[in-house]
Ligand binder design. Structure first.
Ligand code: MIC
Ligand code: SF4
Length: 644
């Protein structure tokens, strides 16, 4: 039987397990990436594992999230990451070099290789045929140390793109359409592979927009074949030698196939507050706009920026709109400056930001109360912009730019022909902001500022797990609810005790106090709990507050792995009707927890007793034997010590 693209890459990297969907496998990781908001924790954990030099082919530490430096905290973290990277053989991408995913695909990604990144949008590199997966910091730390990455073998989804996009329809509209069809939970446990005659017309940056936002499907990753288009991109980046062709076999079998006729797609928009709340732009035409943000790892390539500049040329941003633009990388920024496109943006009145995540993660540019903000980002989760009452809409750079000029949403179809932008034959290559680690790092001193606090480590699972229900939450709770990130909180990513006081506050401001008053307990969630970011802090902050188990209707992949790595039991209701019976502060107990967790690996139920209401209910814990051992040991760090 033929193989899919990702099955081929997995097979070539397989260390253990059988490649049957749902069973646990482990793979060798060729490259890792970290960014600063998850990186500090990942490197603290790497240091705890105590391996002198990374064992990957390439590991890069990026600084792109915490860029505001409104106090000493961010700068301290940057210094720590720079010195710890130098110490352990990791390349350091300085602040100003760009957003990790944009830089990585430009300068480092290799078709057919594996990449593990401590950021959920790591699948961006799937745009050049790399198997690129987002994970928690601890999993990335283990991979840097040469350890395998464990995952559940995904199912295979094929999205067949037929024909050619109509004028004004873009790669962003393709992925918004896929989100509309599959929803934010539709990709959980799956890899999405793109195929069809339509992909020949999509450049690597366009493919990367699609694989980037595959994270919003909950997918393990997304991937395009490595073909002539990939070769052209790598050649233009001066990296033709990294090219290897890669395609699915013609008789490869997919679990699911979705057909999209590109010629029928029109500009789309994801309405507040979920990336799958997708309609046609024509349905919100005329909506008055207060803010437009262009950039983020989804749409900040040179081609995106050149389109924006062409539309802005000779125009003025509307009186009532604030337009901010953040180019994705130094390469993009420099080329915009060299060709004059940057001047067109400035002349039109755009506020140019440094190349970083910026508004996407609420690092500045929070819009006004009740604002309508059009953004080219990948996420419009509630309160993520830093203004809880704001309504964030996700659109293509073209739709965003036209709205910035007109002050309202315009259906671009009515605007004549779009600017025609093609990929340059050669990009400007200057890697002077990537600092190589020294061969001999014995003299390197790792600098730790006062903001770096010890992180919580769980203890062995006790045989009787008891506590009160601390909160009951609805479906689709994101990591932005569990551990909000914004300009005020992001500086504390290396200070979990501080962050814990904000845990789940967008959903329930009293949660941290209630958790502390009751010495921890249980979190109850709905479906797709923990979707979004890879931030391990969404497990570490609950751990700091004494949370012992999270019981939900279902989990998002990375968050569930983060809970296990930190020794918090991830349980799902065997009968979702039991969710409705639970009241706040009910007292729960799981008897014989160690034995129950071990036997859950055989598909047996884990019984939870509701002492307050006098009944028990069944839960599942769909984990491997290795994961059960991690939970019993009290997390991955403790487990690693037990196995030497
Ligand atoms: C995000 O887009 O939510 C982030 C910020 O990049 C996160 C990482 C983090 O929380 O630091 C992600 O996507 O993993
Ligand atoms: Fe940065 Fe936003 Fe991309 Fe996350 S989604 S890596 S915050 S640009």
């Amino acid at each position: 039987m033929g193989q899919t693209i990702s099955q081929k890459i997995i097979q070539a990297h397989l260390i253990s397990g059988s490649m049957e969907a749902g069973s646990e496998i482990s793979i060798r990781i060729d490259q890792t990436l970290t960014q600063d908001s998850t990186g500090t924790m990942a490197y603290l954990q790497f240091e705890a594992i105590d391996i002198p030099k990374v064992k990957t082919k390439l590991s890069v530490a990026y600084i792109d999230h915490n860029m505001l430096q409104s106090g000493f905290e961010n700068a301290d973290d940057h210094k720590y990451i720079q010195t710890v990277a130098a110490k352990h053989g990791i390349r350091f991408s300085k602040p100003g070099n760009g957003v990790c995913h944009q830089v990585h695909i430009e300068r480092f990604g290799v078709p057919g290789d594996t990449l593990l990144g401590s950021d959920s949008h790591t699948p961006t590199c799937g745009g050049i045929g790399m198997l690129a997966i987002g994970a928690g910091g601890l999993d990335v730390a283990v991979a840097m140390g040469g350890g395998p990455y464990y995952l559940s073998m995904p199912k295979m989804t094929q999205v067949i793109l037929k024909g050619k996009l109509a004028p004004w329809a873009t790669a962003k509209d393709i992925i918004l359409e896929v989100l509309r069809v599959m929803t934010v939970k539709g990709g959980v446990g799956k890899i999405v592979e793109y195929a069809g005659d339509g992909i020949a017309y999509l450049s690597v940056p366009e493919r990367a927009t699609i694989t980037n936002m595959g994270a919003e499907l909950g997918a393990t990753t997304s991937i395009f074949p490595s073909d002539e288009v990939t070769l052209a991109f790598l050649e233009a980046q001066g990296r033709a030698s990294d090219y290897v062709p890669l395609a699915a076999d013609s008789d490869a079998v997919y679990d699911e196939v979705i057909d999209i006729d590109l010629s029928t797609l029109s500009p789309m928009v994801a309405k507040p507050h979920m990336p799958d709340n997708v309609v046609k732009v024509s349905e919100i035409e005329g909506l008055t706009v207060d803010q437009v943000c262009i950039g983020s790892c989804t749409n900040s390539s040179l081609m995106d920026m050149l389109k924006v500049a062409a539309l802005l040329k000779g125009k003025t941003v509307h009186t009532d709109v604030s337009l901010v633009i953040a180019p994705g990388s130094k390469q993009v920024f420099n080329m915009l400056a060299n060709c004059g496109a940057l001047a067109d943006m400035i002349a039109a009145g755009a506020r140019i930001l440094e190349c970083s995540c910026g508004p996407c993660i609420g690092m500045g540019q929070s819009p006004r109360t009740d604002a309508v903000s059009l953004r080219t980002n990948n996420r419009n989760f509630y309160a993520r912009s830093g203004t809880a009452s704001a309504n964030v809409y996700l659109v293509s750079p073209e739709v965003a730019t036209l709205a910035a000029i007109e002050g309202k949403v315009i259906n671009p179809i009515k605007c004549g022909q779009p600017p025609v932008i093609t990929m340059p034959d050669s990009f400007m290559i200057n890697d002077n902001l990537v600092i190589l680690p020294p061969d001999d790092s014995s003299d390197v001193e790792v600098v730790r500022g006062p903001n770096i606090k010890p992180f919580p480590i769980n203890t062995k699972l006790s045989d009787s797990v008891s506590g009160k229900v601390l909160v009951v939450l609805e479906d689709n709770i994101t990591t932005d609810h569990i551990m909000p990130s914004n300009a005020k909180l992001l500086p504390y990513r290396s200070n979990v005790p501080y962050l814990a006081d904000y845990c789940l506050t967008p959903s329930d401001p009293e949660f941290p106090k209630r958790a502390k008053d009751n010495n921890g307990g249980f979190i109850i969630g709905g479906a797709n709990y923990g979707q979004g970011s890879s931030r391990e802090h969404a497990a570490l902050a609950p751990l700091q507050l004494g949370v012992k188990a999270v019981i939900t209707k279902s989990f998002a992949r990375i968050h569930m792995a983060n809970l296990i790595n930190n020794g918090i039991l991830p349980l799902t209701f065997a009968d979702t009707a039991d969710y409705d019976r639970i009241s706040l502060l009910d007292e729960f107990i799981i008897e014989n927890a160690q034995a129950q967790i071990r036997s859950a690996t055989q598909g047996n139920d884990v019984i939870v007793v509701n002492k307050t209401q006098g009944y028990s209910f069944r839960t599942n814990c769909p984990i491997s034997e290795r994961q059960a051992a991690i939970l019993v040991a009290g997390g991955l760090l403790n487990y690693t010590k037990t196995i030497g």
